[in-house]
Design a protein around this ligand. Structure first.
Ligand code: F6P
Length: 327
């Protein structure tokens, strides 16, 4: 128990994710319940550098649990990557007498937190908030479940028109470095193939799959492509397949930022609430330099170092089963 924690700040940073508001709400209400004052930092690290802070009350958290985006706004701050920027940020924290911070975001956010702790010894606890689900030490990140549900709904719609026209659709989902969204969207929407950075599938494999679909008496219509697919950008993949199969009609759809918005699912709301509550408890217990995650449905602490540097593996079993079910 760390009685010296009287005032904390919370912020979201990097790409927003549905459920961030539920996490902010949980942080604020838990802190106030523990007798701690809470400040919201607007626009992440950039807002901290610029002194964009506001004291938050329980009533400010009303009516936000179901809203996508983040009421604290977000940014990807270039200034915080500089020593000068972090010095400014530290001055603001001193001026406001803040004792600890809770950072909600993805890899970039937690990397910034780790650097700041090393430089200033300032206590920070991280909460994984990114639709990409690519942080080590947690089975789920806030926003992932909602993003996958949104993507599946979009793919279901594309399936209708793909089916009517007997077309092949290449559909891009987010995930610059990881295939979690693509893999889960592909399995959940019954896609013909899924291209993710972690898989070994080659262009030849893809061409063979398309070519053999007739003899396999298998409809080949939907291919889910992760942004970071090793086979290249979605347009070049589609062009390549089109050149080999000029008789097939091929179209491309990019789901894009649609996946980042919308009301969070129950899974994301509950996850975010648990992580927000747990993060405040961790701060009160005097912890710092950790990210709180969920493992086997229990809260799990992992060092920021591990969270950002260790590679979270896509389940091999899912890659395998996706291929079996599409065959
Ligand atoms: O990191 C989350 C993410 O949504 C990635 O999946 C995607 O590549 C990226 O953010 C997009 O970033 P921006 O909103 O800055 O274009």
């Amino acid at each position: 128990m760390n009685d010296s924690i009287k005032k904390i700040a919370v912020f979201s940073s990097g790409g927003d994710a549905p459920g961030m508001n539920a996490a902010i709400r949980a942080v604020v209400r838990t802190a106030i319940h523990c007798g701690i004052e809470v400040y919201g930092i607007y626009r992440g690290y950039q807002g901290l550098i610029e002194g964009d802070l506001k004291k938050l009350a329980n009533k400010d958290m009303a009516n936000i649990i179901h809203r996508g985006g983040t009421i604290l706004k977000t940014a990807r701050s270039k200034d915080f990557m500089t020593t000068q920027g972090r010095r400014e940020a530290h001055k603001i924290l001193e001026a406001y007498d803040i004792d600890a911070m809770i950072a909600i975001g993805g890899n970039g956010t937690l990397t910034g937190a780790k650097v700041f702790i090393e430089e200033y010894g300032f206590p920070i606890v991280g909460i994984p908030g990114t639709i990409d689900n690519d942080l080590y030490g947690t089975d789920l990140t806030i926003g992932f479940d909602t993003a996958v549900n949104t993507a599946i709904e979009a793919v279901d719609r594309i399936r209708d028109t793909a089916d009517s026209h007997n077309r092949i659709f290449f559909i891009e989902v987010m995930g610059r470095h990881a295939g979690f969204i693509a893999l889960n969207t592909g399995i959940g929407s019954g896609a013909s193939d899924i291209l993710i950075p972690e898989d070994y599938e080659t262009m030849d494999d893809l061409l063979k799959l398309v070519g053999s679909s007739k003899s396999r008496k298998k409809l080949f219509n939907l291919v889910i492509v992760a942004e970071g697919s090793k086979l290249g950008g979605i347009n070049s993949i589609a062009d390549h397949v089109q050149q080999h199969y000029p008789d097939r009609e091929i179209r491309v759809a990019v789901i894009g930022h649609l996946q980042r918005g919308g009301s969070p699912t129950a899974i994301d709301r509950v996850l975010a609430s648990r992580l927000g509550y747990g993060a405040v408890k961790a701060v009160v217990a005097g912890k710092s330099g950790i990210m709180l995650g969920l493992r086997d449905n229990s809260l799990n602490e992992v060092s920021l170092e591990d969270a950002i540097t260790k590679k979270k593996q896509v389940e091999e079993e899912l890659i395998e089963l996706a291929k079996v079910l599409a065959s």
